[in-house]
Ligand binder design. Structure first.
Ligand code: PEP
Ligand code: MG
Length: 567
């Protein structure tokens, strides 16, 4: 059994198709006619761009526009003037096209792979992909073709490049196993969009697994089994069936209201990262958006998105989810979310540094561009503004003052917006939890960000395995904080939601219901399951469980009691 990163849920059982990248080695030559060599390069470039455009067209049909846009990066890197000059310059100085392409793309690859931010590091895969495409063409080699696979294939590759993912035929691929890539890599994102089980970063996968091997890709738990025993096969067939049955059974909850067992209505909304995700959220039957992480608009760009660009993105969501509430969080830069072109100073401790609302309030003119775009979009739907990483009342007051300035400017411009737009805050720091009553008095809603709240409360990094026993929502310190936040918000009569991952935790849902949470904001694929679990608990049952849980002194005891209570 091999371990890897659980990148896309589900259990794929099938026959391995190991796709090894073509041999792109070459012996450098010194061409006599640089102009002819440059023409060879230009021809390879054109062919690559044409092929990529055709892939984009196919992807728009299979995974949607936003995911297809990932391939746009290939075109950018192929047609980048800086890279083209570098290649042509090297050919002029006597290099062959293969060497010039290889060197230029290696330079960019090194630059991207040394960047601190994971999302930027992952652009290195795009650069490598373009290099492979161009070299293969110059050398007359075929790149791995995943569009013609037999049924029930488990694709095993060193690296699943975005262009390979674009070729995958969902009906024939039962699972994906790779040697590289993390949960946030483009490949993982597309695998999830295609709903194909995927296990990434499995060391030695392409050498240890042979084409024709029977393979199980357990994308839920990040495991790969090669030539499984009869018992294992049976166990996994059962799991796969249960998974498929559960998915099918959850369809009964589609189009239904989200109500507790005794009929109390709660709001079940989705977390999204880009405007196209609103389609996926709607497909999964969301009742609105509880968190639009607007930073992705900024991270996917090379310079600050303009007011019009931002407005278009927010408006798109508003138009797609007409009449549903849409909470858009203002820029949450810093910590794990770096935006290189903002040129922020390096800090000893970026998670506690100059980030999120701190950065925005310090750059009011820039912040006002986003606030204005949000206000303009509010004329097209029920958009609400949410402030990230709040730790003091001053921050909320200052942000609200800026919103008022933006409103006055829009009035002067004669532009429409919702004059009563709601402004709320994320509660994701212990400070915000402790002053929840003060914040509630000046906010229209709360949304609890457990991902950060757990980390800051427990002083345990959300990405550090060695402290993961502390990083748990079941820790009494975290539970008490949640109870207090919900209590204070509800006392003040405002909506209290949760957009951290804990909102979809099947064990915790009854406790959150008992505490009085009004809104659950979860990833799109978790919506129907969350609706089902909510429907399984009456207030009385949830209260009995929560009363017991809050008396417990350790996370282990809490978890055990919650597990025993699962319906
Ligand atoms: C959170 O902290 O719980 C949250 C939802 O925000 P993010 O995961 O984007 O930090
Ligand atoms: Mg957060």
């Amino acid at each position: 059994m091999y371990k890897g990163v659980n990148a896309s849920d589900g259990y794929g059982i099938g026959v391995a198709q190991v796709a090894v990248a073509p041999d792109l080695s070459f012996t450098p030559t010194a061409p006599e006619d640089p102009e002819a060599e440059k023409a060879r390069y230009a021809e390879a470039l054109k062919k690559f761009v044409d092929q990529t455009n055709a892939q984009i067209e196919r992807m728009i049909q299979t995974v949607g526009e936003e995911s297809a846009a990932i391939m746009g990066a290939h075109i950018e890197f192929a047609e980048d003037e800086g890279i083209k000059d570098m290649v042509n310059g090297a050919i002029d100085s006597g290099m062959c096209a293969e060497q010039a392409v290889s060197d230029a793309y290696d330079t960019y690859y090194t630059m991207f792979s040394n960047m601190e931010d994971e999302l930027f590091r992952e652009r290195a895969a795009d650069v490598a992909d373009v290099k492979t495409g161009l070299l293969a063409d110059l050398l007359g080699k075929e790149v791995v073709d995943l569009s013609q696979l037999p049924e029930n294939s488990i694709v095993v590759v060193e690296e699943l490049t975005p262009s390979m993912t674009a070729d995958i035929d969902k009906t024939n691929v039962a699972g994906i196993v790779t040697e590289t890539g993390g949960r946030t890599s483009h490949s993982a994102i597309i695998a999830r969009a295609l709903e194909i089980p995927a296990v990434l970063s499995v060391e030695g996968a392409t050498t240890n697994i042979k084409t024709g091997d029977m393979v199980i890709a357990d994308g839920t738990n990040g495991k790969v089994l090669v030539e499984p025993s009869d018992d294992e096969l049976e166990q996994y067939r059962k799991l796969a069936k249960e998974y498929a049955d559960e998915k099918a059974a959850l369809e009964a909850y589609r189009g239904k209201e989200t109500v507790t067992g005794d009929g109390e209505k709660v709001l079940l909304v989705a977390n999204i990262g880009n405007p196209d995700d609103a389609n996926t959220a709607a497909d999964h039957d969301c009742e609105g958006i509880g968190l639009f992480r607007s930073e992705f608009l900024f991270m996917d760009a090379t310079e600050l998105p303009s007011e019009d660009e931002q407005f278009a993105a927010y408006q798109k969501v508003a138009l797609r989810l007409k009449d549903q509430p849409i909470i858009i969080r203002t820029l949450d830069v810093g910590g794990d979310k770096e935006i290189p072109y903002l040129n922020l100073q390096k800090e000893e401790n970026p998670f506690m540094g100059f980030r999120a609302i701190r950065y925005c309030l310090n750059n009011p003119e820039q912040y006002k561009v986003q606030l204005t775009a949000l206000l303009r979009a509010s004329a097209f739907g029920d958009i609400k503004i949410m402030l990230p990483l709040v730790t003091s009342l001053d921050e909320v007051r200052q942000a609200k003052a800026l919103i008022e300035e933006c409103k006055a400017e829009l009035d002067e411009r004669g532009v429409e917006y919702n004059k009563n737009i709601e402004v709320g805050t994320m509660i994701e720091t212990p400070a915000a939890s402790l002053i929840a009553e003060d914040l509630a008095a000046e906010c229209d809603f709360f949304s609890i960000g457990t991902n950060d709240l757990i980390g800051y409360t427990m002083c345990a990094d959300r990405g550090n395995d060695r402290v993961s026993y502390l990083y748990q929502v079941y820790q009494p310190a975290v539970l008490r904080s949640l109870k207090r936040i919900i209590n204070e918000g509800r006392k003040a009569g405002i909506m209290v939601g949760m957009c951290g991952e804990a909102a979809a935790d099947p064990l915790l849902i009854p406790v959150l219901l008992s505490f009085g949470l009004n809104e659950f904001s979860v990833s799109a694929p978790s919506i129907l399951r969350t609706r089902r679990i909510i429907s399984e608990w009456t207030k009385e049952e949830a209260d009995a469980l929560a009363e017991k849980v809050v008396t417990l002194k350790t996370a282990a005891e809490v978890k055990a009691v919650l597990q025993a209570a699962v319906k």
